[in-house]
Design a protein around this ligand. Structure first.
Ligand SMILES: Cc1cc2nc3c(=O)[nH]c(=O)nc-3n(C[C@H](O)[C@H](O)[C@H](O)COP(=O)(O)O)c2cc1C
Length: 232
């Protein structure tokens, strides 16, 4: 759809395909909000484990949204690395020199959106983003598989690729670098923590009576959260 001509939408093949397969048209789990724990991290880990039990593929893949210097949002999938239960932090890793890393350097805020279709569950996390100390980033990198380390050592994420020959040469150089120094860490490799201010748990329902529970971090030195239900 071209937004500049949105008054002239002609519903097309995509609309027909989408209408033929309505979303969440199946039995979905109940969400007993009265039994929800005091902190969102605990509920998140509970839901994550249940997603695994329900065979949700790639339950740890999450859409990370950032904002560029012009205020224009951008989003892409990253891998969730951990949830810091002590302080309510959602952990991911990327290259600080990538577009998203640049966004985070300039505007250190982000949102994460999980969707686990087998259960019709969405989790939304918003807050400030902080890079972890270099030692934490290095340790996280060194725990990765050799293939993952080579891919990161190649670097230049999201730059224009002019030819695969250029990439293959960079990958060979990265392999040689790793063979010569097993502790090599790309300079930009960074673990980030999204310190949640708000976390929403959304349980879809076939009859559209979706159940939504939002945790909001209370101001103060201790980690305390208020919980509220939201209209679907
Ligand atoms: C399942 C999945 C997991 C991914 N995990 C990561 C990740 O952990 N870190 C990362 O930098 N990119 C990851 N990516 C690639 C990003 O989606 C993206 O292509 C890349 O980071 C460049 O994004 P940027 O140009 O916005 O910086 C993943 C992609 C998918 C589909």
């Amino acid at each position: 759809m071209n937004v500049r001509e949105s008054g002239r939408i002609k519903w097309g093949r995509a609309a027909a395909a989408l209408r033929a397969r309505p979303l969440m048209d199946r039995e979905l789990p109940a969400f007993e909000t009265g039994a929800a724990p005091e902190r969102p991290g605990e509920l998140f880990v509970d839901w994550l484990e249940r997603a695994g039990q329900a065979d949700v593929l790639d339950a740890g893949a999450v859409v990370l949204s950032t904002v560029d210097t012009d205020g224009v949002p951008d989003a892409r999938v990253v891998a969730l690395r951990d949830v810091e239960l002590g302080g309510g932090g959602w952990v991911f890793a990327t290259d600080a020199e990538s577009p998203k890393g640049t966004h985070l350097g300039e505007r250190p805020v982000a949102a994460m959106t999980f969707y686990w279709p087998a259960q019709g569950r969405q989790v939304r996390v918003r807050g400030a983003v902080e890079p972890a100390p270099a030692s934490v980033s290095a340790a996280e990198f060194l725990a990765r598989s050799p293939a993952s380390r080579v891919a990161s050592l190649v670097g230049r994420q999201s730059e224009r690729l002019d030819s695969w020959a250029e990439y293959d040469e960079a990958a060979r150089a990265a392999e040689e670098q790793l063979a010569a120094n097993a502790d090599a860490v790309p300079p930009g490799h960074t673990v980030y923590v999204l310190w949640a201010d708000e976390v929403e748990f959304w349980q879809g329902a076939r009859d559209r009576r979706h159940v939504r529970l939002r945790y909001t971090r209370a101001l103060g030195p201790d980690e305390t959260w208020t919980r509220s239900l939201l209209w679907p």
